[in-house]
Design a protein around this ligand. Structure first.
Ligand code: GRF
Length: 196
């Protein structure tokens, strides 16, 4: 079976991107073809160090959001991307762009959705006194952080946690969950995966 061609969109460090790239070795049902960032991002150098093409399509270089998304789409088309993984991509994509990728785009979000869509998830979980936190991989739809859930991983909230210590604990699980969900998704599996 031919391997699904995956592009990854990032805005920052790219630790989830790196976990995905490292997981897509020989025998994996997907292969990485491109990493794109919407700004100069440290993750681009990480991708290139792992032998994967990386490019920046700067939002600031385009007058409109539509122009920026056209440039993104052109880069994805040129790479022959079939699946899209958002990994810390800090830009909301338009319904028109999302509909082109319907059923083929995944995102990772640092909360147990449907709790805490949007930003500052860890501070909000701490403020609410939650006993557990976690992360979710879901399909990308036009509604922010609301698409069908493909996987979740839970961690305990520990006494004395700050948003940073909780984020670090969740991040370790992100690096396990996202590659595991992508592997299943590339094989056509849509049932959610729950870790641990
Ligand atoms: C992660 O916490 C992810 O859940 C969120 O953005 C962060 C990206 O971190 N969407 P990294 O760039 O993968 O290290």
């Amino acid at each position: 079976m031919s391997r699904r061609r995956v592009a990854i969109l990032i805005s920052g460090t790219g630790t989830n991107m790196e976990a995905l790239l490292r997981a897509m070795g020989p025998g994996h049902p997907a292969q990485p073809v491109l990493v794109l960032a919407d700004r100069p991002a440290p993750g681009i150098a990480r991708a290139q160090a792992l032998g994967v093409s990386g490019a920046v399509v700067e939002r600031a270089a385009h007058d409109t959001g539509a122009g920026f998304e056209d440039a993104l789409q052109a880069a994805l088309d040129a790479a022959g991307a079939e699946l899209l993984c958002l990994a810390g991509f800090m830009r909301v994509l338009s319904p028109a762009f999302v509909s082109r990728w319907q059923g083929r785009a995944l995102n990772i979000h640092p909360s147990l959705l449907p709790r805490y869509p949007g930003l500052d998830t860890h501070a909000r979980a701490l403020a609410a006194g939650d006993a557990e936190a976690g992360c979710t991989v879901h399909e990308v739809t036009a509604a922010l952080d609301s698409g069908p859930i493909l996987g979740q991983a839970r961690v305990p909230v520990l006494p004395g946690d700050s948003a940073d210590t909780l984020a670090a604990r969740v991040r370790e699980m992100e690096h396990q969950l996202y590659p595991a969900v992508l592997e299943r998704f590339a094989r056509g599996e849509r049932r959610p995966l729950f870790l641990p």
